[in-house]
Design a protein around this ligand. Structure first.
Ligand SMILES: [Zn+2]
Length: 283
């Protein structure tokens, strides 16, 4: 699809599984498993779906998937599918890693930044050798010393080498950092998560990252147990999804295995997702 001068492409960056209870917080399993069948370990299927924004002389990638650097024990724990590689997904569209000009990391959890760097000759180097990696400064600081509750979500080897690479650009706050590319900051899931909105002033697409991982989580109380501050997430969803409904934004879902994009509307019982069939511009 196109918005203004940008062409947008979904980029498969991994397939894995996480505990369903952790993914849906206070929502009972009897409700969530209708839409997300659990396996024998109570895990639900998840994808890591990056977004490529091409145009205006730039090639910007939002998030870098779950990556390939997994020891066997962890790979089994999260059922990481080794067959899905970010580089292959880019190559399928005719792009090479050297052509990427910007990598925007919404945040540094392992399923979003796992593919930022790659092993070459015994050391980790940025997978995209010419790209500027964009990270929020205060999220970067948080990731250096997370709490006991969220430290399992960060694997510092995924991204710490960016610091000495000369390719890390730390951003400070919410802004239109390039024409048509706006950042929205949200803090409930993790401090200073940045969401990208691509807009031409009429149409908008919001990369929802972990504010709305699945289509089912358009419902306001469907919030992950991973979130450090679920009441902040609730208000952030109310504000941003309310604006998405009013301005007819397209929402890009990073984690939903079946649905890439949706719109939202105010229904009789609150915000609801508009079925994909009603969004022909989605694919
Ligand atoms: Zn996350």
């Amino acid at each position: 699809m196109k918005i203004g001068g940008y062409s947008l492409f979904p980029i498969p960056g991994g397939r894995f599984r996480l505990d369903g209870g952790a993914m849906f917080g206070v929502v009972p399993k009897a409700l969530w498993e209708r839409e997300h069948p659990a396996d024998e370990h109570n895990r639900v299927e998840i994808v890591a779906r990056s977004l490529l924004v091409a145009g205006e002389g730039r090639l910007l990638l939002v998030n870098t998937g779950i990556g390939q650097s997994w020891a066997e024990k962890e790979r089994a724990r999260y059922a990481v599918d080794p067959a899905v590689r970010l580089e292959d997904s880019l190559a399928a569209l005719g792009y090479r890693p050297e052509e990427v000009t910007h990598v925007l990391q919404t945040h540094l959890h392992f399923d979003h930044a796992g593919g930022a760097m790659v092993e070459r000759g015994g050391r980790r180097v940025p997978l995209f050798p010419r790209a500027e990696y964009l990270v929020q400064k205060r999220h970067w600081q948080w990731a250096q010393a997370p709490s006991e509750r969220d430290r399992a979500s960060f694997r510092s080897e995924d991204w710490e080498g960016l610091a000495g690479s000369g390719q890390l650009l730390l951003l400070d706050g919410e802004e239109e950092f390039l024409p048509g590319l706006h950042l929205h900051l949200v803090h409930g899931h993790t401090p200073h998560q940045q969401l990208l909105r691509v807009t031409d002033g009429r149409s908008s697409l919001l990369y929802c990252s972990d504010l709305v991982p699945f289509l089912s989580q358009v419902r306001l109380p469907w919030i992950m147990a991973y979130d450090l501050n679920p009441l902040a997430t609730l208000e952030e969803k109310r504000r941003l999804l309310g604006r998405a409904a009013a301005e007819d934004w397209l929402l890009f879902l990073e984690h939903d295995p079946l649905v890439q994009t949706c719109r939202v509307r105010q229904g009789a019982r609150g915000l609801e997702a508009v079925p994909a069939a009603a969004t022909p511009a989605a694919s």
